[in-house]
Write a protein that binds this ligand. Structure first.
Ligand SMILES: [Zn+2]
Length: 96
């Protein structure tokens, strides 16, 4: 038969094991959450980039975004959409 102190020790070892297990589970959960949040951050960054690209002017020739201030504005007549070009793209248009 186990002595009282040995039983106490056994219980505490079991408890310790359980606590360790719980801690490991918690750590894994935390790790998973971290991965998820960094994944979300990446997606947010991507969406933000997409959003700012959409808000910015897009070259009507090559379809790429144009840095503000560097665009050539081609004003359409009534009913025509205003177009924006890169300086280089507009020059290419003029040459061709
Ligand atoms: Zn262009």
């Amino acid at each position: 038969m186990l002595k009282k102190t040995e039983i106490c020790e056994k219980i505490s070892q079991d408890e310790q094991f359980k606590i360790k297990e719980k801690l490991e589970t918690a750590l894994l959960t935390l790790q998973a959450l971290r991965n998820k949040s960094s994944e979300l951050m990446r997606q947010c960054e991507k969406i933000r980039k997409l959003g700012s690209e959409h808000k910015g002017k897009v070259c009507s020739k090559c379809g790429d975004a144009i840095e503000s201030g560097h665009e050539i504005i081609f004003k359409g007549s009534a009913g025509m959409q205003t177009r924006y070009y890169h300086k280089e793209c507009f020059e290419e248009l003029l040459v061709s």
